[in-house]
Design a protein around this ligand. Structure first.
Ligand SMILES: [Zn+2]
Length: 355
């Protein structure tokens, strides 16, 4: 067992937030994480969401903390379309639909007074800074999904560092607030890319959400913990917030989002949340979605039959499903859960991803 590095200090930091206060409270404090070998790792202690109990999800018998997250990327970036030769017009059509489908999500969150974490491609901050700014102004967390959706498996530590740094910088320039969370495209932090955890810690990230504790043909570290844990890379460690899973017959089913959300009955996702509450400590469930999943009218990519099925199954009912979830759960931003774990000195288990 090891303790989450102490993240919060009294160190004050004023962001140059020329875009207004965005409803977030701008007296964000930064802490210096000394547990990473003295590296200057400033992490955000943004004003922790005051709704709900600080104990929520962290003590036996309490409600699970359910993190709501969205990976903001154009539809043609998806892994199932990798290698396809897409016509420029088709890509442009996908790009045009990103902002409306993301704004539809923002409207639903606003209507239900819910906050979420948006893992956004750095490139989007350049192409459509107004969208990123509006996500931030609404009080949601802006986190990094890399620069242009290149998977970690295709990079080395140097190119990965540049990819994350560039994305972090671009997003921060738009919001004026530190980006402290990262999710790899296609959950591509796996055993052979465990060096990415070292890079994220070096860059001052507070948490990662890239390790899916499942067995899958494209991603996953099957035996990684289902609950938040300290992910050990080669030399450093970082708080990991894994996507939610449902444990069935000794196997973790990937139930936190994506095709499973669209294909399977919604009660399976709700079952997973209930199971997390009952069996997992700290009781934190991370859900993930993409804006294109809520856009039934988008152009279809010319994929093979299985790819098409995985990608478009259930897309016509996903809007109603999200609205249903928003009306029945109280969601949290990832950064708030990370800060709560730290404030309560929660004893997290460690897990060596590099081995
Ligand atoms: Zn993605």
């Amino acid at each position: 067992m090891s303790r989450l590095p102490k993240l919060i200090s009294t160190h004050s930091f004023n962001f140059d937030n020329s875009e207004g206060d965005g409803g977030l409270g701008r007296d964000a404090r930064l802490g210096r994480n000394l547990a990473h070998g003295g590296a200057a790792l400033d992490v955000l202690d943004s004003e922790v969401d005051s709704r709900g109990s600080w104990d929520a999800g962290l003590r036996p018998g309490s409600e699970a903390q359910v993190i709501l997250s969205f990976d903001v990327e154009e539809h043609f970036r998806i892994e199932a379309a990798a290698g396809l030769n897409l016509a420029p017009g088709l890509k442009a059509a996908c790009s045009e639909r990103l902002a409306p489908s993301t704004r539809w999500i923002l409207d639903q969150l606003d209507a239900h007074d819910q906050k979420a974490t948006f893992f956004i491609l750095g490139q989007i901050a350049r192409i459509d800074p107004a969208l990123v700014r509006d996500i931030h102004r609404a009080g949601h967390e802006v986190a990094s999904h890399g620069w242009d959706h290149r998977r970690v498996l295709e990079m080395n530590p140097e190119s990965f560092r540049e990819d994350v740094r560039k994305s972090k910088d671009a997003l921060e320039q738009v919001t004026g607030e530190a980006v402290v969370g990262y999710r790899a495209p296609t959950f591509s932090v796996v055993r052979r890319t465990a060096w990415a955890l070292d890079v994220l810690a070096e860059l001052g990230m507070l948490y990662d959400s890239s390790i899916y504790p499942v067995r899958h043909d494209r991603y996953g570290v099957p035996h990684a913990p289902r609950a938040p844990f300290l992910a050990q890379g080669r030399e450093r460690q970082i708080l990991e917030l894994p996507p939610a899973t449902l444990r069935l017959g000794g196997v973790n089913a990937p139930i936190g989002g994506g095709g499973y959300f669209r294909l399977l009955p919604l009660f399976l996702m709700e079952w997973a949340i209930a199971q997390v509450r009952r069996d997992v400590r700290p009781a934190v469930a991370m859900l993930y979605f993409h804006p294109w999943e809520f856009d039934p009218g988008q152009p279809r990519l010319p994929m093979r039959r299985m790819g098409r099925f995985r990608t478009y199954v259930g897309i016509s009912r996903s809007q109603a499903r999200l609205v249903s979830l928003l009306s029945r759960y109280r969601f949290a931003r990832a950064v708030d859960v990370a800060c709560r774990l730290d404030c309560q000195n929660y004893e997290l288990s460690g897990y060596n991803v590099a081995e």
